[in-house]
Design a protein around this ligand. Structure first.
Ligand code: TYM
Length: 372
């Protein structure tokens, strides 16, 4: 049987989100919170409505503060272990929407130290090359550089390290061992690392000389870092950061695990060509269809396990009524797997065409985004 694991460095096996909610101690985003969020934001986002962002810590508190005119800032990040796939965009797309809806600042951490320390076979130069490429992908989403700041762990060490050691002094090795599964064989940099991921949750408060609420959108794998951060920040005189967690965009092969850059055939990369996308969806995307066309027409398909449908739901079909139509047609057997796959291929390729066009001009803008 495949092992189930959800940690910042490993996601495998069948993911039981109900169990995760209990084990991690996050709260489910219920209807009343959803309604409150929508009322304050003035609109909703399909990732919230569809339960893709399904859990949170202290989101109500962030909204309370907002109503008292205490503006929050957003914090999210990327560990540049390789090229980015479509799943990595989820938190960035969501952050962009919150940023534009609430008019708030966004801090994005690039953890070149983390990936150097955790990837045994990678040099720092390789990680930093990936980082530049990843920055291009983030910028290509269309962020406003006046409100969006990149923090690079090795480059901004001058402002980050003094804060990281304050965090580190409050964490014992035994806590790291139980929170992250690290042990005596782990390198000492990896044991220290979580202190760096804690810093952007309060660094903007220091830089702006004002204690501000922090909201961190991320997929649930990153929660162990922020559970620790939340324990420590009040001891350093800062509020606990709030967070909002998404589920994982599935790998092409289906429900188990997450789309991962380390398995080339599991992922659609942001630099894939239209032909790559077509081949990957046709060849690998797990289908909820029946074995024969006749059976499919008679019994219908299962959109809930169909990877092409899941990609439309997570990212590529923002119109609820259009998605609902596809759901019903596929479930009734009126739409075949081949037709559903083609819709998904077209949607992904439309998105990537625009994204790849914007990538061409994004490189020149990197400098504007790096915090000075
Ligand atoms: P990283 O680079 O592994 O992932 C970047 C962000 O993408 C999310 N993610 C996914 N979301 C949906 N579906 C998937 N298949 C999928 N795979 C990854 C991750 O949860 C993450 O939000 N240590 C972090 C970098 C980091 C960070 C942060 C992330 C530093 N500070 C603050 C979030 C918030 C990392 O290696 O993420």
């Amino acid at each position: 049987m495949e092992k189930n694991a959800v940690t910042p460095w490993e996601v495998s096996g069948e993911i039981d989100y109900e169990r995760i909610i209990k084990e991690f101690g996050v709260q489910r985003i219920d209807d009343s919170l959803l309604k409150r969020f929508e009322k304050i934001a003035g609109e909703s986002h399909f990732m919230l409505r569809r339960g893709i962002y399904f859990a949170h810590r202290d989101l109500n508190w962030v909204l309370d503060q907002w109503e008292k005119e205490n503006k929050f800032f957003l914090y999210t990040g990327r560990g540049p272990s390789g090229k980015m796939h479509i799943g990595h965009l989820l938190p960035f797309i969501f952050c962009k929407w919150i940023q534009e809806t609430f008019g708030v600042e966004l801090w994005i951490q690039f953890t070149d130290d983390e990936k150097f320390l955790f990837k045994q076979d990678m040099t720092l130069e390789e990680v930093q090359k990936n980082m530049k490429d990843n920055m291009i992908d983030v910028i290509a989403l269309g962020f406003d550089h006046k409100k969006t700041h990149f923090l690079i762990d090795t480059k901004h060490a001058g402002i980050m390290y003094p804060e990281a050691i304050k965090v580190a002094k409050k964490i014992t090795y035994s806590v790291i061992r139980s929170s992250f599964g690290l042990d005596e064989s782990s390198n000492i940099g990896s044991i220290f690392y979580t202190s760096m991921q804690a810093v952007p949750a309060f660094l903007p408060s220091i830089l702006k000389n004002k204690k501000m609420p922090c909201l961190i959108p991320h997929a649930i794998d990153q929660d162990p870092h922020f559970r620790l951060t939340r324990d420590i920040l009040p001891k350093l005189g800062y509020p606990k950061p709030a967070s909002i967690q998404s589920s994982f965009l599935p790998p092409l092969q289906g429900a188990n695990g997450k789309m991962s850059s380390s398995r080339e055939e599991s992922a659609i990369f942001l630099t894939d060509s239209p032909k790559d996308v077509e081949m990957k969806i046709k060849k690998y995307a797990f289908s909820g269809g029946r074995d024969t066309l006749e059976e499919h027409r008679r019994h219908g398909g299962n959109p809930d396990v169909d990877v092409s449908f899941q990609y439309l739901k997570f990212m590529f079909e923002s119109d609820d009524s259009e998605l609902g139509k596809i759901y019903r047609k596929y479930k009734s057997g009126e739409m075949t797997s081949g037709e559903l796959k083609q819709i998904t291929i077209n949607k992904i390729n439309e998105f990537l065409k625009e994204h790849q066009k914007r990538r061409k001009t994004a490189e020149k803008q990197i400098d504007k985004f790096i915090y000075k």
